[in-house]
Design a binder for this molecule. Structure first.
Ligand code: GLC
Length: 436
């Protein structure tokens, strides 16, 4: 395992951009800084290079807008290998966007709170780690405040995403039901992703039309949250996204207590948290499916599909023990057959399942890392160990890819890793898994 860890460190150091202080997810395909990638990458760095871990987070938080928002991609450099780039996104349209960084006008799962707690857990020098946390924690709190004040129009404690790229599970079949409600214009543009990666592993042209159209609607209103809530055809309460926020709330509370200050913020976090967990359990749990599902806020209907996001609430301590038991049962029955690696990103029994295509079936290391931690927390140690073992195997068999075929038989020749190679969070979270 030392060899594998060594390679993982090599991947992370190779993707680090020292001039600015951040990591790219991988070369060519993703040449900028991504919000949730950065957070998860910092967990890996914390094991062997705390300075880089801290700089990664500092750079990310430095891109925060005047309203607390943190963007999904920050375009630190000029690059023509990526579409749509900064000239399409035009973050400058928003009156409070960063004057220093060009970015998208959408966000990503808010992992930063729990990443700070992970950094503290991993740090050998706890007091140095706490000093660092103290210097950045208010920015993360401000980010949560942004979510609760701007992304929760019905005041439920659940925040919406307005674009599939905000979910982190960009090409999930769950969004198909939303595309069915839309009829965007045909855009003319030059895709760049398919010059780096096989087109069969990436979204279709028509899917890109939907993605661009939602952004255009937001841009027409200078990325006003109020207008987006009113007009965006895509408005979803996502269980993964909300679980990340809830987990991060919990971490912020613990860290403020450790720091010994900000009683008012702790009280506010508690209020958000109670409401969030209650609504989450009430609204997003699907009794028939036995796990959590997405809710389409625009069309007021649940999107009743099982995906790896359905199980992410385990990581945030959201289900009670009965629900957790039902989730684990479903996970093993549906996703855990003998010939499958845990955990496919989408229901293997569904006709929409595609084990090769971006979020429509393959296994992702970041979701596996969350499931491992969640299962451990609920004492499902055996299943947790299986998730860990599977994660190590798929990387050992194929390399540090972005995603992996869930079918074991495909792994014989070492060609079952897809998307980008030398992928940062696959390396970072593998290091963390190996250290546990
Ligand atoms: C893909 C993923 C997204 C990730 C990004 C960069 O778009 O869907 O979750 O943040 O790549 O790695």
């Amino acid at each position: 395992m030392e060899g594998l860890k060594h390679q993982a460190i090599g991947v992370l150091n190779g993707n680090w951009k020292d001039e600015v202080g951040f990591s790219i997810p991988c070369a060519n395909l993703y040449p900028f800084q991504w919000f949730w990638d950065s957070g998860l990458i910092a967990i890996g760095f914390a094991h062997f290079d705390m300075e880089k871990a801290e700089r990664e987070i500092k750079t990310l938080l430095d891109t925060q807008w005047g309203n607390g928002f943190i963007p999904h991609i920050i375009f630190h450099t000029e690059s023509d290998t990526y579409f749509p780039g900064p000239d399409f996104h035009r973050s400058d349209l928003h009156p409070e966007s960063s004057k220093k960084y060009r970015s998208t006008g959408m966000t990503q799962p808010p992992v930063t709170g729990f990443v700070l707690e992970e950094i503290y857990r991993i740090a050998k020098d706890k007091s140095a780690a706490l000093n660092f946390i103290e210097s950045v924690i208010d920015k993360v709190y401000f980010n949560h405040q942004y979510f609760y004040e701007n992304r929760d129009p019905q005041n439920e404690g659940l925040v919406y995403i307005y674009h599939n790229w905000e979910s982190g599970t960009d090409n999930s079949p769950i969004w198909d039901d939303i595309w069915d409600t839309m009829n965007p214009p045909e855009y003319t543009f030059e895709r760049r992703d398919t010059t780096h990666v096989d087109a069969s592993e990436r979204p279709s042209k028509r899917e890109y039309d939907h993605y661009l159209h939602i952004i255009d609607i937001a841009k027409d209103h200078n990325y006003s949250d109020e207008k987006i809530a009113e007009l965006s055809p895509f408005l979803v309460q996502d269980p993964l996204f909300n679980a990340m926020l809830i987990k991060s709330n919990e971490s912020l509370m613990k860290l403020y207590v450790l720091l010994g200050h900000d009683e008012a913020k702790i009280q506010q976090l508690k209020k958000w948290q109670e409401k969030a967990v209650m609504s989450f359990n009430k609204k997003l749990f699907d009794n028939e499916l036995g796990a959590y599902v997405h809710y389409d806020l625009r069309n007021e209907r649940p999107l009743r599909f099982l995906s790896s996001s359905s199980f992410a609430p385990l990581y945030a301590g959201i289900p009670n023990p009965d629900r957790a038991a039902s989730m684990v049962k479903i996970m093993l029955e549906k996703f855990g057959a003998e010939h499958q690696y845990l955990c496919a990103s989408f229901d293997p029994d569904s006709e929409r399942f595609n084990p090769k295509k971006y979020w429509r079936g393959p296994v992702w290391v970041n979701l596996n890392w969350m499931l491992y931690n969640g299962l451990k927390a609920y004492n499902y140690n055996e299943v947790a160990e299986r998730v860990k073992k599977d994660t190590i195997s798929i990387i050992e068999n194929n390399g540090f890819y972005e995603y992996f075929d869930s079918r074991k038989e495909m792994h014989k020749n070492g060609n079952a890793g897809y998307g980008g190679n030398n992928f940062s969070w696959s390396a970072a979270l593998l290091i963390d898994l190996l250290e546990r």
